[in-house]
Each structure stands twice: as structure tokens, then as C-alpha cells.
Design a protein. Structure first.
Length: 258
């Protein structure tokens, strides 16, 4: 079962033709609007402005009979931040995508998402960066927290030629520990987010966009994450893919292999 759900950039509503937008939504038989947000920021003034706008537009679309959700980034930041970035097998760190193993980031995200939940909306959906290594072709995460968790599971230091254990040959305890560490931090993040939303607005549904890697190497399925995020509400997920994939002549096969 699905509902016709239309994403709209939160900040573009005011400067576009609001009546034309309503006409288009009606033409699509839309039942739900997802107000899409910019990435996380640590700028409190910007956060306050975003929340005010979200509150205002949520009330507007609800008054027109739409169910209203927001579509927000999971781990992505714009601008500077003090948190642990996702780290790749060659040691590079992504400053834009933060690792959920960083407890300070999880506290920050819980506070932010619970404030989104307090604006009166019905749903919160995490974008398709709910995965490891969203902005990079390499597999993440091997940050210090992930490495420590793997060593705890293994009961010994990680081998120097870690890459060969992770990406070559068959199953082995090091690779299993890596997969387990990834699933662990995703589950914990989802659990903490649900708890934070429950404290403010337990009726708000929280879900996520599915990604290829979450069905494979991320250590936990979208299905399980959707159920953790949902808590006592009805779970939901958005399957990955969009009309622009087809317009750019993309196929799932070509995207999976890039
Ligand atoms: Zn990490």
C-alpha cells in the first residue's frame, strides 16, 4: 500500500506560486506532502528559522487537507561541525557525512529531530543517506569508534592488512565484526531517535528511505530500521529510486555498479 506523497522544498514554497503548487498537488491526487529540509547545521539561528518555517508550512498544508511530513538528512551536514566523519578503508574521512558512532552527534541529532517532531507534522522521513559511505564509492565506516568496536568483538587488535580481510576472499571473523559494528551503530541511532521523538510527540511516525547497501553490507536491513524508528506507530519506508533516474537513462544495475 502506498500514498501519493509529493516532496516540496521547504524554502522554495514562499518564493514560488503557492496557488500553482496547490493546483499541481490536486492534479496529482496527492494525499501527503513531504517538506524537504537542508542538511544539518550547528547554526542555532538557522535551526530556529527552519523550525519556524516548518511549523508555518505544516499548518498551511494541513489546513488544506494534506498529511504532512518532513524529509530530512540522516547524517549529512552543511558547514563546519565538531563531529566524527565517516572514514573509509584508505583512511580518508568525509566531513559532510557524520558517523552515528559519535555520541555527541547522536545527542545533537536527537535534539534536532525531536524539535522537528514538535512542529505539528505527522511524519519524519530520513533521506537515503541512511547508509555508510553515501557520498563516496568506498565502503565506510572505519572510524576510531568502529575500529574499537570491532576489536572488542574480536578480542584482539585489527590486522594491518585490514582491507584484504574486508574486501577479498570469503567470510572471515574480521569482516563479520565490521558488518556487526555497522549494524550496531545504525540500530542504536534509530533507537535513540525514536526515544527522543516519543518524549515530544509519540504519535509522529518516523521512517527512512531505503538504499542498496542497507540490504547488503550495512549490517541491518531497512525493514528492521523502519520498525525501530516507528516505535509504537506504523512503520514506513520509501524505496530508493526517483523519476530522474529514468530521465537520465539510469538503471538500477548501472547505479549499483558505480
Ligand atoms: Zn564510524
Amino acid at each position: 500500500m502506498y500514498k501519493v506523497s509529493v516532496p516540496v522544498m521547504l524554502t522554495s514554497i514562499e518564493r514560488s506560486d503557492r496557488n500553482e503548487l496547490l493546483r499541481q498537488l490536486e492534479g496529482l491526487d496527492a494525499e501527503r506532502v513531504f517538506l524537504a529540509l537542508a542538511p544539518y547545521t550547528t547554526d542555532e539561528k538557522k535551526i530556529e528559522e527552519r523550525l519556524e518555517l516548518l511549523k508555518k508550512e505544516t499548518a498551511f498544508f494541513k489546513s488544506r487537507g494534506y498529511e504532512v511530513g518532513c524529509w530530512t538528512w540522516t547524517f549529512m551536514f552543511s558547514g563546519d561541525h565538531p563531529f566524527t566523519g565517516m572514514t573509509f578503508s584508505d583512511g580518508r574521512t568525509d566531513r559532510q557525512e557524520v558517523c552515528p558512532s559519535d555520541p555527541a552527534f547522536v545527542d545533537f541529532a536527537c535534539d534536532y529531530v525531536s524539535r522537528l517532531a514538535g512542529t505539528g507534522l505527522d511524519l519524519i522521513m530520513f533521506d537515503d543517506d541512511f547508509r555508510y559511505g553515501f557520498l563516496d564509492g568506498d565502503a565506510a565506516c572505519l572510524c576510531k569508534n568502529h575500529r574499537a568496536y570491532m576489536e572488542k568483538l574480536l578480542g584482539e587488535p585489527l590486522p594491518a592488512d585490514l582491507k584484504s580481510y574486508l574486501f577479498a576472499g570469503g567470510a572471515n571473523p574480521v569482516r563479520s565484526a565490521w558488518i556487526k559494528s555497522k549494524g550496531h551503530y545504525f540500530r542504536e541511532f534509530a533507537k535513540r531517535i525514536r526515544e527522543a521523538v516519543d518524549r515530544v510527540a509519540p504519535q509522529v511516525r518516523v521512517g527512512l528511505c531505503s538504499c542498496m547497501s542497507v540490504w547488503d553490507q550495512d549490517g541491518v536491513s531497512t525493514d528492521e530500521l523502519a520498525r525501530i524508528l516507528a516505535g509504537g506507530t506504523k512503520p514506513f519506508m520509501r524505496l530508493i529510486g526517483a523519476p530522474y533516474w529514468a530521465s537520465r537513462r539510469s538503471s538500477l544495475a548501472s547505479i549499483s555498479s558505480t
